[in-house]
Write a protein that binds this ligand. Sequence first.
Ligand code: ADP
Length: 427
Amino acid sequence: MLLLGGAATTPLAVGAGYIALHTLVGLFPWSDFAGALLQYWVGEVIGIAVLTPVVLVTLRGTLPRASWRGGAELAVYGLLIGITLWLDFGPLASAQYEHFYLLFLPAVAVAVRHGLAGAALASAATQGGLIVAIQVTGVETARTTHFQLLMLTLAVTALLLGAVVSERRRVEAMIRDRQSALDRVSRLTEAGGMAAALAHELNQPLSATMSYARAARKIARLEQASPRLGEILDKTVIQAERADRVIRSLRDFVRKGHSNPAPLSVAALIADCLVLATPVAGQHAVSIQAEISPGLPAVSGDAVQLQQVLLNLVRNAAEAMDTPDPRSRRIVVFAHPDTEAGFVAVGVRDSGPGLSDVVERNLFAPFVTTKATGMGLGLSIAHSIVEAHGGTLTGERRPHGETVFRFTLPVHDAGPNHETGINSDDA
Ligand code: ADP
């Protein structure tokens, strides 16, 4: 758009001066000023609009890669352009050049298939063909402007369509990248959470095993049991102590998982989450809406971790809604100032069946799940992340089958700098 805007305005200013100068010295009558200016302008604009995009896409290296299939496709487009020019300028042509509109077909097809680079090449090829046809058939100068205007319309249409197609592909690729990055982080965090939960669960039986083994060793010594038994009990204590050290270092490692708290816009956090949740929404045929109070202050936190919390809540809400009625599959992601000063409340509300009794009784406990392939770690990890940020996460089943998960986040600068990380005790 910028290029086309520049291409349209600059030659207008230059052309006005140029034609005025020639008119002043008597080369044209003033009555021809508008016509001469149009001729000058369209010639310049078409040159810029057709050639500059080709130069730019070549310099950026975004031209389609050469291949046999590409070559065959190119030949078909070339043939179409050739046939149309032959119909308009060949022996069967009328003076009206009424088949010009057919040139839009290959240009639009290339723009849709190959984006901006394809569109730039297609309009340059069409323009080249047109120049050759005009030169060969000797169209009079007055008609040339007519063709140039038609060509300009074609170039602008193809370029804008190509730009939209390229932009869409770029955004799709970006969403795919971010989705897989988030999936990776999500898997790692789940693994971390699982390790923390395992460490927590194994800690007690291991301590008990160590105490029993030490006691048994003492009794064996006191009662002068076989030295072989004492030896085995020594080895048992050594191995149990070793396992205890491994578990301890695992817990320390998980506990020290630092993150980067920074000022974050809640609206941006939610907007990012909605983009990332698009595939989930499509998969479960749910609609997701945002309700954000205006003028919310920035919060302090780690964007990746908080996005994971929000996405997890949205995914859970979407997975919970298997109702046959598509109208009631609605998720609202909301944010508003919290009742406690210095905090912002963020949450997810859904119109699903509500939390089951088991989940409600053990909310945020690890390994609690009602899903066949669930791990039951999502809510527990989300709870740890929010607590590590200095906030609280709550979940409640409302009457009329609604579930609301809501968490608070400290306003940036309103509290101490929180060092976030998943704490194995929380998990
Ligand atoms: P997972 O998704 O692997 O089951 P989570 O910890 O994320 O693990 O969720 C635990 C359980 O909480 C889910 O199995 C589900 O039964 C319940 N749950 C979570 N969110 C919702 C919700 N919005 N509506 C109903 N149940 C929910």
